[in-house]
Write a protein that binds this ligand. Structure first.
Ligand code: FMN
Length: 315
């Protein structure tokens, strides 16, 4: 990994090319609905449900945050993120995966323009909304997790939803087999908390990389799919490196108590509710963000029927 100091960083790297905000700005009215006026958090899910377009809320919730949803909700938009026609998406991803990843560490990053710690780091001040009517609480649903596997030193990257439990605490769904589950369980078995950072507000290409489960340092996977050098920055309260051009980062750790707290139910993407589960707890130590950060949300339901306790509650 190259390291570029303060003076060299800004000139050498483009921190806008893979900004979520920049991607959203490339979408025309056929792909993007813009809600200029205030939107109550209670109305966000209804505006996104079954909507084929991405939606940009210019003033969501009491704090009038910028929020976008449904960004990754169409193959056409994903293909656009890779700069190809929808039919060429798979081939383009395969081409990029054959490259050589380049990662550049910077010491001054847009995503750390604002750093909130202590009482100022407050999840309830973010535009976190109830995603589906019977969810166990409001969820952050477009969160990309970055964790260092202590055994290999590699960074693992995935997507995990977070259920608000308070200002600085969330649940996380870590039941299905995944690399993060294995890394967490090894830490918990040794009685050690696991540091983790979540990016909320990432380019669709980063989401595609996060969904891949490969035995490599997955920071390199993000760089490969970008087809460009990936600028990373060390988090303020842990040693994890995250994309320096992200919109917002939640830093913290999973405590070592294991799968002990209730999490869910949650409206899964196939149109049914995932049951209440026992899951680990995430503790927030800092929020870092761009001054004009745009948050991201991905509630699951499109046009599917909705099933609750075996009963169809929407056709
Ligand atoms: C929108 C979205 C949300 C997801 N949420 C979760 C989740 O909450 N828990 C989970 O175990 N997997 C979730 N996944 C799947 C994992 O992110 C995926 O399996 C990933 O490859 C796991 O990475 P890992 O094995 O490197 O940890 C989600 C995927 C997507 C696309």
């Amino acid at each position: 990994m190259n390291v570029i100091d303060k003076a060299g960083s800004a000139a050498a790297l483009d921190f806008d090319r893979f900004r979520l905000r920049r991607f959203v700005e490339t979408l025309g009215p056929d792909e993007l609905e813009t809600r200029a006026g205030p939107t109550a958090l209670a109305d966000v899910a209804a505006a996104l449900e079954a909507n084929p377009r991405a939606v940009h809320f210019r003033a969501a919730g009491a704090e009038a945050h910028e929020l976008v949803g449904n960004v990754n909700g169409s193959r056409a938009r994903l293909a656009r993120a890779f700069g190809v026609a929808p039919g060429g998406l798979a081939a383009e991803i395969q081409r990029r995966l054959r490259g050589k990843p380049e990662i550049v560490e910077v010491t001054e990053a847009p995503v750390q323009q604002e750093v909130l710690t202590g009482d100022d780091a407050d999840l309830t001040a973010l535009p976190v909304h109830l995603q589906h009517g019977f969810d166990g609480g409001p969820y952050i649903s477009a969160s990309i997790d970055y964790v260092i596997d202590p055994r290999s030193g590699w960074t693992n990257v995935g997507i995990r939803r977070l259920m608000l439990r308070g200002r600085r605490e969330t649940g996380v769904d870590l039941v299905s087999p995944s690399d993060l589950k294995a890394i967490y369980e090894a830490s918990a078995a040794a009685g050690r908390p696991l540091p983790v950072s979540f990016v909320v507000g990432a380019h669709p290409v980063d989401h595609m990389a996060a969904m891949m489960r490969l035995p490599v340092d997955e920071l390199g996977l993000v760089a490969l799919l970008r087809d460009q050098a990936l600028p990373v920055v060390k988090c303020v309260t842990n040693d994890i490196r995250v994309p320096a051009d992200a919109e917002l980062v939640l830093e913290g750790y999973f405590d070592a108590r294991g799968h002990v707290e209730p999490e869910g139910p949650y409206g899964e993407f196939l149109g049914y509710y995932g049951a209440l589960k026992r899951n680990p707890v995430f503790h927030l130590t800092a929020i870092t963000r761009r001054r004009d950060a745009v948050c991201h949300t991905s509630p699951s339901w499109g046009k599917h029927p909705i099933i609750w306790r075996g009963r169809r509650i929407r056709q």
